[in-house]
Design a protein around this ligand. Structure first.
Ligand SMILES: Nc1ncnc2c1ncn2[C@@H]1O[C@H](COP(=O)(O)OP(=O)(O)O)[C@@H](O)[C@H]1O
Ligand SMILES: [Mg+2]
Length: 255
């Protein structure tokens, strides 16, 4: 049965999508079968995997029961993906009331036996879409930029995850925070790491030892659309950091 992993943060631009893409590539290269689900109406993960949202079903069609989940899966150059597009933004308006936070979990049920891991990319908000992602997950990770500033709001993200865990998903593992776009030689990155450690201790969640260094290769790989990041740039620092991050998650028995 697949373990469902998601990255949550209400801020945009903190690396949720890039990390979802990269971690899924790492798991694939380790020999696991992986499905990605794009649950952001911006559809950037779908774009980064070159998925087709014009002639193919999206996660919105699955949620609406217009298509069976397995028929919404596409093969991509990275891993299998159920894409999304702007229509997913309608969910907030169309679905209210009891059960509306369980839609994604219900949709993924029949896919769990087909994969080792399912990764869900989430939108930059803490509304119904993110609630659905948190309810559907076994493991959540909180990414943060190494600029000090992006740590603001982590308490709120954690509070939201914790509240949803308590009510809907008691078995959820909050696997912790990790920092990305890290500059090892810059003092700001290093002080951010210290602040992040204090914050993690305060929230009683792990701060992962592995940091993802800044590299323009990440953005390039995400827009090149031909290869996964490991095939694209195996020797790149940030790419190697993602492999180290996944190894650390295994060592900590979080995956
Ligand atoms: N380690 C990194 N080094 C440099 N740029 C990065 C790194 N990780 C992500 N980025 C870039 O930062 C931007 C925001 O990342 P993204 O994953 O789209 O954030 P989010 O999904 O949280 O909005 C993207 O342009 C992405 O390519
Ligand atoms: Mg994103």
């Amino acid at each position: 049965m697949a373990k469902v992993i998601s990255l949550i943060n209400q801020k945009g631009g903190v690396g949720k999508t890039a990390s979802t893409n990269a971690i899924s590539a790492c798991l694939k290269h380790m020999g696991y079968s992986v499905l990605c689900v794009d649950f952001d109406p911006q559809g950037y993960l779908s774009f980064s995997m070159n998925a087709d949202t014009r002639d193919h079903s999206t996660i919105y069609d699955v949620i609406k029961h217009n298509v069976k989940p397995r028929y919404a899966i596409q093969k991509s150059n990275v891993v299998d993906i159920i894409p999304s597009d702007a229509l997913l933004g309608n969910v907030e308006r169309e679905f209210t009331g009891p059960g509306s936070e369980q839609m994604l979990k219900e949709s993924l049920k029949t896919l769990l036996p087909m994969y080792d891991y399912i990764l869900i990319d989430s939108p930059p908000e803490l509304g119904l879409l993110s609630s659905n992602v948190i309810v559907a997950s076994d493991i959540v990770l909180i990414p943060g930029l190494s600029d000090g500033y992006s740590l603001h709001g982590i308490i709120q993200v954690h509070e939201t995850i914790f509240r949803i865990k308590k009510v809907f998903n008691p078995n959820l593992t909050i696997a912790g925070m990790f920092l990305l776009r890290y500059y090892p030689r810059e003092a700001l990155s290093r002080t951010t790491r210290e602040t992040a450690q204090m914050l993690a201790t305060h929230l009683n969640i792990p701060l992962l030892d592995t940091v993802i260094r800044h590299s323009n290769v990440i953005s390039k790989a995400m827009t090149t659309l031909q290869k996964d990041i490991i095939d694209y740039a195996p020797d790149n620092n940030a790419v190697q950091d993602y492999t180290a991050l996944v190894r650390e998650l295994f060592e900590r028995r979080l995956l």
